[in-house]
Design a protein around this ligand. Structure first.
Ligand code: AMP
Ligand code: MN
Ligand code: MN
Ligand code: MN
Length: 295
């Protein structure tokens, strides 16, 4: 009786649900393999209603200043980001770093070291493509790379589309540039421990990027997450433009089990080359701790 009475007396007023924060913490500009300038990526994020935005170019911080400036002018919260290329378990894996000190010396030196290997790798890729009769790829890909030290497979893919070898970038990656296909070469990237150390050392948060994309067994994925945690890694991308609903469910579960923070990003590269647009991801599932709680 008392219970009924008290709930009648203290009937909650109708409160509107809190507005969901639109976060996009994974995106690329022409400082790496994106198609838009860093300023334009930030403008597009703001126009799409993003509240919390990170630019995460591959192995490079040179777009951050321009993106930060545009974000400030448009009243959008900006987070410094990067996506570091590492090799783990024989595959290329990506570790996103968020909210670090972009002036940190060890981080900048580590990224410069990764970049320094890319030109040599591109030459070796070009030699492999010549072997299957596709010539001029190094010069052709370089024309697409605004930042030559960041020459990437995406630039090669755009050149192969230009010369009519494939109809689009996605089909290039099905037939070329991946393990077992022409144009793929092995390469020495950073290690997991180095990437996490550089990010944590710069007071940032290390995040396993798009874990659903790696062709690992369940056991290998657990080994990766175990080692990542031992190194000091704190978060996983539960929501990514490239994740299926099954991926979201699996990595929500693993994030809870491991006590990882959850991140969310579109992995936008350009209007015609992306799974989804900036800010277009679904919200984080209930019960996960968003990575931005520690920013
Ligand atoms: P790199 O860092 O030079 O090895 O290039 C990797 C980049 O290639 C990724 O960041 C993606 O942007 C792009 N990429 C990799 N696999 C694919 C794919 N299957 N389809 C489209 N783009 C891809
Ligand atoms: Mn990319
Ligand atoms: Mn990636
Ligand atoms: Mn990416």
């Amino acid at each position: 009786m008392l219970h009924v009475l008290s709930s009648a007396v203290f009937l909650p007023r109708r409160i509107d649900p809190p507005a969901v924060l639109v976060a996009d913490l994974h995106s690329h500009s022409r400082a790496s393999d994106g198609l838009l300038s860093a300023a334009d990526v930030a403008r597009r994020a703001a126009a799409n209603g993003v509240d919390l935005f990170a630019l995460t170019d591959h192995d490079d911080l040179s777009g951050l200043a321009a993106a930060r400036e545009v974000a400030a002018a448009l009243g959008m919260r900006f987070i410094d980001g990067v996506e570091i290329s590492i090799e783990w378990g024989g595959l290329q894996v990506h570790i996103v770093g968020l909210n670090f000190n972009s002036q940190d010396e060890a981080l900048n030196a580590g990224l410069a070291w990764i970049r320094s290997g890319r030109i040599d790798r591109a030459r070796r890729m070009s030699v492999e493509l010549e072997k299957v009769g596709i010539n001029g790829c190094f010069e052709g890909a370089m024309r697409y790379a605004e930042n030559p030290s960041l020459i990437s497979r995406s630039h090669f893919a755009r050149y192969l589309v230009e010369i009519g070898v494939c109809k689009d970038v996605r089909s290039v990656f099905e037939s070329y540039l991946v393990p077992g296909k022409p144009g793929y070469v092995t390469h020495r990237w950073a290690t997991l421990d180095e990437a996490v150390r550089w990010i944590s050392g710069a007071n940032g948060v290390a995040v396993v990027a798009h874990p659903g994309r790696y062709k690992f067994s369940r056991l290998q994925m657990r080994n990766l997450l175990d080692e990542f945690k031992r190194c000091g890694g704190q978060a996983v991308e539960v929501i990514s433009g490239s994740h299926s609903q099954d991926n979201v469910n699996l990595f929500s579960r693993l994030a809870r089990e491991y006590g990882f923070l959850a991140s969310c990003g579109s992995d936008f590269h350009g209007p015609d080359e992306s799974y989804i647009d900036l800010g277009g991801t679904q919200p984080l599932p209930e019960g996960l701790k968003p990575v931005w709680e520690v920013f």
